[in-house]
Design a protein around this ligand. Structure first.
Ligand code: NAD
Ligand code: ZN
Length: 367
């Protein structure tokens, strides 16, 4: 039972296939649609040990020769060093433009491999085979690629859409529970942005989503459709695509403040706390009811996600320092802070010119 979600981007339109067993069928699905003959599979050590072989065997059976480029797992691989290694691997394998760069892994691998695919030979064919829930519902869709620098996350990159996304739900079976929960934060995000019915559905069905099966496939497909619709309307983030950053301004600041140390905080956990903070802040400035913030927190807490600063292990910097991380984030223009705020569940909006003093006072209250 494979579900297909199409991303309508004119000549660059592509399909997202969601279902169990797609990893082994990836070679056939790619060969049926695209002409290249060779592939560089970019992956990380964790995913390579579990899922590289069936992918490469399926590619081989479909007549696609492949080399693997395997990086250390974790956010630190979204670096210039890892980019250089990836680009060298692609060029060393003598791939041509129409050959494929395949990202096999989570969002880290997808962002890095997509960036490499976007710049080698001014743009190579790119296929996403996301293996984390976060990558299946979010990072593999929409064409944003890039790496981090000391100045902040995702500050260097290109838009480069994949030609195909193959989300094998069976691969999620080996994902650590904590990573599944972190990805779930992005699933809930789509409900909170503009789909209150989806959020209510998740409140009722999250246990089934966590146990895999059809509810999980449904949640992934609904998430991909939600993201595709926003990307179709605003591919380059000149406007409403910024709504996808709900929870991310606070979340990125928390990731930076914890040194991108996954033992303390992973991306989706930062987003979970960030979404609760966005709802709390909205209530504080009388845009939304505090009941909605309570409802969001109760749900994220029920699934086991952190929702408050105090849930992060270890000491956090003070409110001033957190604000400076927020100001470093790229969603800042002319000194004013841009946040995704909300009028309530499923009623998020882009708020420009949020006074930094209000945010600072709020962060002091949170600590
Ligand atoms: P990740 O890629 O680090 O993967 C999380 C962990 O799970 C890693 O240790 C990985 O090795 C492991 N893993 C992945 N799949 C597995 C599997 N099937 N079985 C066992 N282990 C598995 O992190 P992530 O949460 O997938 O992605 C986070 C990244 O995505 C961040 O860098 C974030 O900025 C980026 N992101 C990008 C976009 C975008 O639009 N491009 C959107 C959201 C997030
Ligand atoms: Zn995210």
């Amino acid at each position: 039972d494979t579900v297909t979600v199409s991303v309508g981007l004119g000549e660059r339109a592509y399909d997202i296939l969601i279902g169990a067993g797609l990893l082994a069928r990836a070679g056939a699905e790619i060969a049926a649609r695209l002409p290249g003959a060779r592939a560089a599979v970019v992956t990380d050590e964790n995913v390579a040990a579990l899922h590289l072989r069936p992918l490469q065997e399926g590619l081989g059976a479909a007549g696609i020769g492949s080399t693997a480029i395997t990086l250390p797992p974790g956010e630190r691989s979204k670096s210039f060093g890892a980019l250089e290694e990836t680009v060298d691997g692609i060029l060393g394998a003598r791939l041509e433009r129409r050959d494929f760069v395949i990202a096999l892994g989570g969002g880290v691998v997808g962002d890095l491999a997509g960036f490499a695919a976007g710049i080698v030979r001014r743009g190579m064919n790119f296929v996403q085979v996301p293996t984390s829930l976060l990558a299946q519902v979010d990072s593999s869709v929409g064409g944003k690629t890039g790496i981090n620098t000391g100045h902040g996350k995702n500050l260097i990159g290109v838009f480069h859409q994949p030609r195909l996304v193959l989300a094998d739900t069976a691969a999620l079976g080996t994902l650590p529970e904590r990573e599944f929960r972190a990805g779930y934060a992005e699933v809930a995000k789509y409900g909170l942005i503009d789909r209150p019915d989806f959020f209510a559905w998740l409140e009722n069905n999250w246990r089934d989503v966590f146990s895999g099966g059809t509810a999980c496939t449904e949640a992934i497909a609904r998430s991909c459709r939600a993201k595709a619709e926003i990307v179709e309307r605003d591919e380059r983030e000149s406007g409403e695509r910024a709504l996808l950053n709900l929870g991310h301004t606070f979340g990125h600041a928390l990731e930076a403040a914890t040194g991108y140390d996954s033992a303390r905080l992973v991306h989706g956990e930062g987003v979970a706390i960030g979404m609760v903070l966005a709802h709390r802040f909205s209530a504080r400035v009388n845009l939304a009811s505090p009941d909605d913030a309570d409802r969001v927190e109760a749900h994220l807490r029920a699934v086991g996600l952190p929702t408050r600063l105090e849930h992060i292990p270890g000491a956090l910097p003070d409110a001033e320092a957190l604000l400076s991380y927020i100001a470093q984030d790229k969603k800042v223009s002319r000194g004013a802070l841009t946040f995704i705020l909300t009028h309530g569940i499923g009623r998020s909006f882009i708020a420009e010119d949020v006074p930094a003093s209000e945010v600072l006072a709020f962060l002091r209250e949170c600590q």
